[in-house]
Design a protein around this ligand. Sequence first.
Ligand SMILES: C[S@@+](CC[C@H](N)C(=O)[O-])C[C@H]1O[C@@H](n2cnc3c(N)ncnc32)[C@H](O)[C@@H]1O
Length: 275
Amino acid sequence: MTGFDEFAEMERQGWSDPVISEGYVTRFAEMTRQAVPEIVALVPEGVAVLDLCCGQADIAAALQSKGCDVTGADFSHQMIEFARERVHGVNFVWADAQALPFDGHCFDAVVCGFGLMHVPDQPAALAEVARVLRPGGLLVMSCWEPPQRSDVFGTVFGAIMAHGDPSVTLPDSPDFYQFAEEGHARAAFAEAGLAHQERTVFDAVLRLEDPGALMDLFATAAPRGGYLLRHQPDDAKARIRAAVALGVQERGRQAKDGLWEIKAPVAINRGVRAG
Ligand SMILES: C[S@@+](CC[C@H](N)C(=O)[O-])C[C@H]1O[C@@H](n2cnc3c(N)ncnc32)[C@H](O)[C@@H]1O
């Protein structure tokens, strides 16, 4: 029990919504895909790996190319379907990260790309990671840097704060950005029996034809942004869109090919299960 039941329901509905899940796979994942080489580089070749919250399976595919024996797990049937269509030879399993259907000590590594922040009971999910890892096994997880350090997230959520209807709020949830803070990651890993080893940060870059399209991306391809933006009255939506477009022009840059580029820094945490 976490007291985050409404949040859990929002996440379940969001990731099983055909518009959000397809929008995520075809457009939002343009950003998350940039973390794949960074994550996969930390995993040794040829080991047994669980891609937790695998979504469209970009990480699973890259691990497979590295000779790993890969299992993918996700609680969205839509995402599992996308994954099975896109990547063959990986065992994709429907599973909630808070109660994994795997024996203990069966993976050498668990990777989790932008997944843990969507889970209501994060200590339970980390305890499950520790349970399924062999002693000495590796956890690699990515998450977004918070709005104050991110041009993409700062622009979108800053515009919602400044121009949105204040009565439209997200359900109570764990802090979405807390794993971007090394102190939190270290403490949460330790509670589950995982020793935090390293936090690195790199810039993912989003490329947009139209500066206003950043709002459309969050409205149609991400459960939290989608929830906050869809519930706004029309006049607030228009104000937010204008502010987001301006923010992209101020904080981003226009490349030679005319596309707008704006940064979304990513934090990657690595930990090891105690031997
Ligand atoms: C932001 S997407 C990340 C997808 C992919 N790993 C990537 O890097 O782009 C989050 C994924 O986590 C899944 N997810 C969210 N909560 C989950 C839970 N409690 N258990 C399992 N999967 C979950 C969603 O269905 C979605 O596919």
